[in-house]
Ligand binder design. Structure first.
Ligand SMILES: Cc1cc2nc3c(=O)[nH]c(=O)nc-3n(C[C@H](O)[C@H](O)[C@H](O)COP(=O)(O)OP(=O)(O)OC[C@H]3O[C@@H](n4cnc5c(N)ncnc54)[C@H](O)[C@@H]3O)c2cc1C
Length: 396
């Protein structure tokens, strides 16, 4: 391993839910070692609580959580800037086109954003929940509207949460949720019925089986040729990842996510790990879909693995099983669908105030979890491994 004169340089790209988990876990485990240097690069100093961006989009205040302050407790270095290139051959990262960082191990955790390239006009005319600034711009527009229609395009859970929140905070607006799938399509019949009922109670008009094919300056066009007029369109139809991994020559899947081996290393570049939404992580039941629920464990696992590697030990296979799908329905209602490890629904659901409490507990938990991990790294390593659902025959 490296000597004290040549520290092992670990550069973590992205301080979202997954990248922060890696940074805190690794820095806490190696803080007494002078032969490991951890650097975290992120676009902003403020931690983005994506789970709460629909609250920001309706003018609600969320906590100011500062990444460098928390990292300072662990000794990790923070670089604020925009990553513009990765050179996987030279092992360098370019930040803001001016600064160059050298790495021995790279952790790629740049997350995902709404896929506004999916249909024409979305990029130009739709709002997104990609960042606090995007959500605040939407809040500002909604507050000034007074009356009119808001189309939420995309009937996945991000669309459901956003539509419910907007309808509750802005009863003067007409909210239309448009998408191909029924809200809560992966849930059991009871949960789907609850979602429908809650959306109706909030006054949300739900149009399903309707693919949006174009976003217009004043509405959306559907696959069947109809248009829905709207003063505001929020795009939540699918996600896409940064093109940087593909441009660097890393093996990526058809969605641009870094393809990982069982230990979360890039299959093409073993000195690169990938975590969170930016990684294509295969389990026995399929490839993980982007959630905070699975993203944080990928981050923790990579932190542990790198700490093992610098001690000359082998990284272990990653295993994860889903356990719940919590959905907020405004501030006074929510639904929690408990799941099997492969994300298929169990019979058990929570609704109403118990579900509101559960959802809030989940949304509030990442930052206290990081704080606890910075003092006791092992405390972060608990999540369901998924039993027989996640046993890969070729895992090693
Ligand atoms: C409104 C909304 C609600 C959601 N609700 C839930 C939920 O209830 N439960 C759940 O499990 N999941 C939920 N999700 C999904 C969840 O937020 C993501 O799966 C999670 O954020 C992924 O974590 P990550 O660390 O991979 O990426 P992110 O959290 O997106 O973090 C990536 C970080 O990288 C930074 N970054 C990106 N590109 C660059 C660059 N080029 N240079 C520098 N920095 C860069 C970003 O600024 C960000 O800080 C929700 C998502 C949204 C949008």
């Amino acid at each position: 391993m490296n000597t004290a004169q040549t520290p092992h340089r670990v550069v973590i790209l992205g301080a979202g839910y997954a990248g922060m988990a890696t940074a805190i876990q690794l820095a806490a485990r190696t803080r007494r070692r002078s032969d490991v240097r951890v650097t975290v690069v992120n676009a902003q100093e403020r931690f983005t609580e994506r789970l709460r961006l629909h609250m920001t989009a309706t003018g609600q205040d969320v906590a100011e959580l500062t990444i460098p302050t928390l990292l300072a407790e662990t000794g990790a270095r923070f670089v604020r800037g925009w990553v513009t290139a990765v050179d996987a051959h030279a092992r360098t990262v370019r930040v803001d086109d001016s600064q160059v960082l050298h790495y021995d191990t790279l952790v790629y955790g740049l997350g995902s954003v709404a896929d506004t390239a999916a249909v024409p006009g979305a990029q130009e005319h739709a709002y997104t929940l990609d960042s606090p600034a995007d959500a605040a711009a939407l809040a500002d527009r909604l507050a000034r509207l007074g009356a009119g229609t808001v189309v939420v395009a995309g009937s996945g859970l991000t669309g459901v949460e956003a539509a419910a929140e907007i309808a509750e905070r802005h009863p003067e607006l007409t909210v239309v949720l448009v998408g191909q799938r029924e809200p809560g399509a992966g849930m059991n019949a009871k949960a789907r019925a609850y979602l429908r009922h809650a959306l109706t109670r909030l006054g949300v008009q739900v149009h399903t089986g309707a693919a949006v094919t174009r976003v217009l300056p004043d509405g959306v066009e559907l696959a069947d040729g109809r248009t829905v007029a709207a003063a505001v369109v929020l795009w939540t139809g699918g996600t896409r990842v940064s093109p940087l991994a593909a441009a660097a020559g890393l093996s990526v899947d058809d969605r641009g996510r870094v393809v990982t081996d069982a230990t979360l290393r890039s299959v093409s570049h073993p000195d690169v790990y990938a975590v969170g939404d930016a990684a294509a992580v295969r389990q026995g039941y399929g490839v993980l879909h982007g959630t905070c629920q699975s993203g944080m464990p990928t981050g923790v696992h990579v932190g542990v693995s790198i700490a093992r590697s610098v001690r000359g030990r082998q990284p272990q296979p990653f295993r994860f099983g889903y356990y719940h799908t919590p959905v907020s329905l405004g501030r006074h209602d929510a639904l929690v669908q408990f799941t099997h490890p492969d994300d298929s629904p169990r019979r058990l659901c929570l609704t109403g105030r118990t579900a509101v409490w559960y959802k809030e507990t989940v949304s509030a938990s990442p930052w206290p979890t990081y704080r606890r991990m910075s003092r006791m790294p092992a405390s972060g390593a608990f999540w369901p491994r998924g039993g027989r659902f996640t046993r890969l025959r070729d895992a090693r």
